[in-house]
Design a protein around this ligand. Structure first.
Ligand SMILES: [Ca+2]
Ligand SMILES: [Ca+2]
Ligand SMILES: [Ca+2]
Length: 687
């Protein structure tokens, strides 16, 4: 099914009464033997809401040991109905990082949400095949490619309100052209016949036989000696209200495999590109039980006519990862993902136990950025600081501003640095800034214009309403302009800082506040020798409680495949930590201490201890100090300062009697600091 089909499917099933069923209590051994069988249908991308396979969901797929996800390529609502490749690339890469492959589904939604009345025309076929060519070429050349393509979805199905059907003859012509276009772009690709609905809800019960009999396929076979697909897909919901055994095997053996055998395709495999049970009609326990039993059945189901060929169902895409709507409860999880249904555990228990999938670290946490969300602003692990050095420093606005509802001056710039927490409208920024334009941009003069080192920045946002405004997104700039202003040369220090990845939802209102904490991942300062700090704060949502980036789908640096945010956050505190410990520039001799060392009776050596410090008064290690003894000793020696800035010189020669000598520092050499003899407290000393 596809997004458009959901309601249609319901129309189709609602007239059928639910069979009386009961759950057979005993839990069978549930593991399957073939990992590739374990595939899944999940919503991947939809232009209005963007990328739906989030990092968290991809991790869930990995933990479930999913081998393949069916991803429908849906065109955007623009003049070309173009495919948003940046969004799909992210999805494919996100899955590939977890060793999960993709079956690409190309259908009417891939080309303009095309009107069914034109599907049988040559003009449509040519446009559609050109789109297939474009899609397959794009993904074939990527480091993480898609190499399995399903052409159309439920081409045999027509029910009230939902009719993806194309008659066998024009579909056959599409299939012939699509097959050769795909093989031309990627000779190793697998072409999958669009998923049929045998004896499910369709009106035609022998579509596959009719397709084999078309002129298009007959001519192709005569010319090439094979049919234009590598795999047959079907959606055998036939037994959707009953236990899988024996109905599911009968449908597959009689309505699919027997027809394939009769047409010379006995060696080809079958993929169930959709299959499942709806727990609106069966109990959740039954749904889970049928899941286990049907996967076990597919693990071993052989063609009665060719048992020696082994199991012929190669993949089984469970529909769906999650429920949708109110009566389409096909999911392993509930629609808001808040609950794992029994089917989730049944799917998980299929194993196989030999399979593991990697779960990479979060891709949206750049080094040095710590992000956090909380159900209550007071439970964030960090709280607004009333004692940070920025506190009380009111920002100068450069552009943007505040929502009209935020009319209390104290809730505007002063609220960023008042040390106070979340308030009603505190920090509510202006909406509708436009694509890639900050909702608020402004700067702070740090330490009255003195040069400082910026060590850390923290930003807090939240909303008692617990909607999409709880997130925040900003860029950090600094300047060393002695008089920071809007026109100062601002240097980008960190871009696109967010507490969670774009696309994260607050659909169930579980999040009230979020924070980001930015530090230098290598330790030390975030920025050195700066006089001003600028923040560009962006809008974050679109009235949909989802965290959006600042670009429209497929524009600029779009990350979520969805429209740019226009609803702005409530930023209730900005804490900055900086110090006036600017880097040292020079070093000097702080002190010289002279004495003698006894060697043997009456024999003594001269000793000098030289301390070197930088112009800020800190000891300097690693400085090579050269100094000369004169008087009782006459030597020039070099020694290197230790962590305390101390270098020790002991003469190689010794002397007896009354010892009298002078020691002078001749030179100090350091890798970064210059020697400033004029700063020396001492240069020579006498013993
Ligand atoms: Ca503060
Ligand atoms: Ca505040
Ligand atoms: Ca976007």
């Amino acid at each position: 099914m596809t997004l458009r089909q959901f309601s249609a499917r319901l129309v189709a099933v609602s007239s059928i009464s639910v069979s009386s069923l009961f759950f057979l209590g005993a839990k069978p051994v549930s593991q399957i033997t073939r990992p590739e069988l374990k595939s899944l249908v999940a919503p991947a991308y939809f232009p209005p809401t963007g990328i739906q396979i989030t990092e968290e969901i991809a991790n869930d797929f990995a933990s479930l040991k999913v081998d393949m996800i069916r991803v429908e390529l849906i065109g955007q609502n623009d003049a070309q109905n173009s495919i948003c490749y940046t969004a799909y690339d992210q999805i494919v890469d996100r899955l590939a990082a977890r060793e999960i492959r993709v079956l690409g589904l190309i259908d009417y939604q891939s080309i303009a949400w095309a009107d069914g009345s034109e599907w049988a025309t040559d003009e449509f076929r040519q446009r559609f095949v050109a789109r297939i060519q474009e899609i397959v070429s794009h993904f074939a050349s990527r480091p993480n490619p898609i190499r399995r393509w399903e052409i159309w979805n439920e081409e045999d199905l027509c029910v009230e309100g939902f009719c993806p059907r194309i008659d066998p003859e024009p579909y056959g012509r599409i299939l012939v052209d699509a097959y050769h276009a795909i093989k031309a772009a990627d000779p190793g690709a697998t072409v999958v016949l669009g998923g049929l609905s045998p004896k499910g809800f369709e009106h035609s019960t022998n579509y596959l036989a009719e397709l084999y009999a078309t002129l298009a396929l007959q001519n192709h076979y005569a010319q090439h000696g094979y049919h234009p697909f590598d795999v047959i897909a079907c959606h055998p919901y036939a037994e959707v209200f009953t236990a899988p055994n024996p109905g599911l095997a009968n449908v597959l053996n009689n309505d699919i495999k027997a027809v394939m055998n009769a047409n010379g395709d006995s060696a080809k495999k079958v993929w169930l590109t959709e299959m499942g049970w709806n727990s609106y009609y069966v109990s959740e326990r039954q749904q889970a039980d049928y899941l286990t039993k049907s996967y076990q059945m597919m693990d071993t189901l052989t063609d009665p006519a060719n048992p020696g060929n082994g199991p012929y169902v190669e993949r089984y895409f469970w529909l769906d990862y999650k429920d949708f709507g109110t009566i389409d409860l096909w999911g392993l999880k509930t629609s808001d993902l808040s609950r794992k249904k029994p089917a989730y555990f049944a799917y998980n228990d299929l194993g196989p136990s030999s399979v593991t999938k990697p779960i990479p670290p979060p891709e949206s946490s750049p080094p040095g950025v710590y992000g956090e969300t909380a159900a209550d602003d007071l439970t964030l692990s960090l709280q607004p600081d009333g004692a940070d050095p920025l506190n009380g420093n009111v920002a100068t606005r450069i552009s943007g501003g505040f929502h009209p509802a935020n009319s209390n001056p104290a809730d505007q710039e002063p609220a960023f640095t008042d040390g106070a927490s979340l308030g009603g409208l505190t920090g509510l920024l202006a909406d509708f800034p436009g694509q890639n334009i900050p909702a608020w941009s402004g700067f702070w003069v740090l330490d009255g214009g003195n040069v400082v080192n910026l060590r850390e920045l923290r930003v807090f946002s939240g909303n008692n309403g617990k909607d999409g405004r709880v997130f925040h997104h900003y860029d950090i700039y600094v300047t060393d302009d002695p008089v920071p202003s809007a026109t100062s040369p601002w240097r980008l220090t960190k871009e696109q800082v967010t507490p969670v990845p774009f696309g994260t939802g607050n659909l169930s209102g579980a999040i009230e506040a979020s924070l980001t904490q930015v530090t230098n991942p290598s330790g030390g300062d975030l920025a050195t020798s700066v006089t001003g700090l600028r923040l560009d704060l962006y809008a974050v949502s679109r009235n949909d409680n989802l965290f959006h980036d600042d670009w429209d789908a497929c524009q600029g640096d779009d990350r979520d495949g969805a429209g740019a945010a226009f609803q702005s956050p409530l930023v209730y505190e900005v804490d900055a930590y900086f110090s006036t410990d600017v880097p040292p520039a020079s070093l000097h001799v702080e002190s010289i201490v002279l004495n003698t060392v006894n060697v043997t009776k009456g024999e003594k050596k001269g000793r000098a201890v030289v301390t070197v410090r930088d112009n800020l008064g800190n000891p300097v290690s690693g400085a090579d100090v050269t100094g000369s003894f004169s008087g009782s000793f006459s030597e020039t020696l070099t020694a290197t300062t230790d962590a305390n800035g101390i270098s020790t010189f002991i003469t190689t020669t010794s002397s007896r009697g009354t010892i009298s000598f002078q020691f002078c520092v001749d030179a100090v050499v350091h890798s970064t600091l210059s020697y400033q003899p004029s700063d020396n407290i001492e240069t020579c000393d006498t013993y």
